[in-house]
Ligand binder design. Structure first.
Ligand code: M6R
Length: 608
């Protein structure tokens, strides 16, 4: 999704701004641009497509500047095009970059048009440049103009702005869209993502909603929503030491799949002791709070929601708690009734997903016991705004398709379920059984990763089709959904998932030689019923690819039967996810898609 970087420096900033844009490419984008202050003019370059194209323009034009703003755009209002790319400008004087959505843009645009402003793009962002210009024209400073603009703007935004009359400083503003400052040796920076400036500094200042900051090469000033100058804490994070290179792998996604044994170890590290879960692993006082929980509400999006669906099953079986689960984008709009002693759980890799954050903020106004988040990014808004957090410690996930983030979320959610069960004095023997199984999980994942050669044999048959059906039952239905999501997002093959028992109620009509069926058949009390469902597919000439426990008896002639390693039933969803990730990756590789940055998608979805 959109990315902002801005810098005021004692040296040339063009190259470092473009390097910052490269670091944010993983977020997904369709165009890129830069505006560089050159004393009497502002160099303005924009390119549709990859950041590399913008970099090529920079190499040929060689603009020199010590103050600039740059952006990668992910289209919301207006198609991906050069003219819609940021920075946007007003009269060659004011240049802005914007992340987020201005909800009242039509009415603001109409007023600006009446005042004589001409719009050249279809974006909601361009009006910010004109609005700032209209206030600067009346003699306001850029800081004052930004506050006046903020009074008019409705929606979410992170903005960085420069104007022709000031080659010393730039101004940024944040409201419900991430923005932080970085204190470098030769410059002060601003960015929407710490990864963009992690090579230049370890010192970050996270702005709060309502903040406006003025940045020059040597100093910065932050003002809060009431325009009062404030000090915000400086956080030290060594981002450059966090692995953000592909190493010997072809894609980040591939690397992240094979990092899972270590990632899971990191999720478990320091959280289990002896044969039980440790107390207060979600923060001081969390165990006490968990003892009061009578009901759970989960909200999340995409892959994180699938993790939540598995957890809902675990909550019922292990912690004996009822659980309601909602798409974060829907939760606020169904007038949710909150029972007494309900706990809110949000799940997010990035911790910046706008829908999930909006759901959390809405829920905080309701009568929940508290909010708990499972998150991978310690500096994220979700982590900072939740009452209790467990970091999954998966390390940066760069591939748009979630892999290690999902399996570590599942491990983190299991820790949550065990914590709730312990606080409620429930199922001690089962807890010990699961803790023992968790300790061997990284080994079992390694065994599962070793199935790659067998999965490679299946990939061509799936890659040549346009559709696929994923089947699972019970706790494996969300894993089937995750398998279908993975395949569709990176290979662009249409894929759907069903609980296998539902097949005969409609989807069976789709079965023919062009509809591969990928099924999950672990050892379970309903294994035989699942096999009967799969026989229905066989009987209609369908091709079956079954990932199954060796004990499952099934004769697959048309397709393949792959035996899975053994592990405790409650952890099998984690294990059965792995071959589906590898399969999607290998299929996408055969189809030659842009695996790490699939078309139309963004890693961190910061608009609602
Ligand atoms: O950062 P989050 O976990 O909140 O992101 C939620 C979804 O956007 C994300 O899981 C998305 O579905 C992935 N691309 C799936 O691979």
């Amino acid at each position: 999704m959109c990315g902002i970087i801005a810098a005021a420096s004692t040296r040339n900033v063009g190259k470092l701004l473009v390097q910052g844009l490269h670091k944010m490419e993983y977020r997904g984008y369709d165009s890129a641009g830069i505006a560089l202050h050159q004393e009497n003019s502002i160099a303005h370059l924009r390119a549709l497509g990859k950041v590399q194209l913008l970099e090529d323009m920079m190499i040929s034009e060689k603009p020199k500047s010590k103050l600039g703003i740059a952006h990668t755009r992910w289209a919301t209002h207006g198609e991906p095009s050069e003219v819609n790319a940021h920075p946007h400008k007003s009269k060659d004087k004011v240049y802005i970059v914007h992340n987020g959505i201005i909800e009242n843009y039509i009415e603001l645009k109409e007023a600006l048009v009446k005042d004589g402003y001409e719009f050249s793009s279809q974006t909601d962002s361009e009006l910010i440049a004109h609005l700032l210009d209209s206030f600067l024209e009346k003699g306001n400073s850029m800081i004052d103009a930004m506050y006046l603009a903020k009074e008019k703007l409705e929606g979410a935004y992170a903005i960085a702005a420069i104007d022709i009359d000031n080659n010393n400083s730039l101004v940024v503003a944040r409201n419900k869209s991430p923005l932080l400052l970085g204190i470098g040796t030769d410059e002060i920076l601003a960015a929407s993502d710490p990864l963009a400036i992690g090579q230049l500094t370890n010192e970050f200042v996270f702005l709060e909603d309502g903040d406006v900051a003025e940045i020059s090469a040597e100093s910065y000033k932050i003002f809060d929503e009431n325009k009062k100058e404030v000090e915000r804490e400086i956080t030290n994070i060594d981002i450059s030491s966090q692995a953000t290179s592909k190493g010997d792998y072809k894609h980040f996604m591939e690397k992240e799949i094979y990092e899972q044994p270590e990632a899971i170890l990191n999720t478990l590290d320091g959280r289990v002791g002896g044969d039980d879960i440790l107390d207060n692993i979600f923060g001081l006082g969390s165990s006490e709070l968990f003892a009061k929980a009578k009901r759970i509400q989960i909200v999340a999006c995409g892959t994180s929601l699938h993790a939540g669906r598995v957890a809902a099953n675990w909550l019922s079986s292990i912690a004996e708690l009822p659980c309601q689960i909602d798409y974060a984008s829907e939760y606020r709009y169904r007038n949710p009734h909150v029972d007494e002693n309900s706990l809110l759980i949000t799940i997010s890799q990035s911790g910046e997903t706008a829908d999930t954050l909006a759901a959390l903020r809405y829920a905080k106004e309701k009568d929940y016991l508290g909010s708990v988040s499972i998150c991978n990014v310690p500096t994220s808004s979700l982590a900072r705004e939740s009452d209790f957090v467990l970091f999954t410690n998966a390390g940066p996930e760069i591939g748009v398709a979630s892999t290690k983030a999902f399996t570590t979320q599942l491990a983190g959610l299991m820790l949550l379920v065990l914590s709730l069960a312990k606080s409620r004095n429930l199922n001690p023997k089962l807890r010990t059984r699961i803790i023992t199984a968790l300790r061997t999980l990284p080994e079992v994942i390694n065994e599962t990763l070793a199935l790659k050669e067998k999965i490679l044999d299946l990939a061509p048959a799936i890659a040549s089709k346009d559709n696929a059906l994923f089947l699972g039952r019970g706790i494996f239905y969300p894993i089937a959904k995750e398998g279908a999501l993975k395949l569709k997002e990176i290979s662009y093959i249409h894929a759907e998932a069903y609980p296998a028992g539902e097949l005969k109620h409609g989807p069976l009509a789709l079965i023919d030689e062009d509809m591969p069926v990928i099924a999950l058949a672990p050892e379970s009390e309903i294994a035989e019923k699942l096999v009967s469902n799969l026989e229905e597919v066989k009987a209609r000439g369908g091709t079956l690819y079954v990932f199954a426990d060796p004990s499952v008896k099934m004769d697959v002639k048309n397709g393949a039967f792959i035996s899975m390693p053994k592990c405790d039933f409650f952890l099998t969803p984690i294990i059965y996810t792995i071959p589906l990730q590898i399969l999607s990756y290998e299929v996408a590789l055969l189809r030659g898609t842009d695996i790490d940055q699939p078309r139309n998608l963004a890693k961190s979805v910061t608009v609602e």
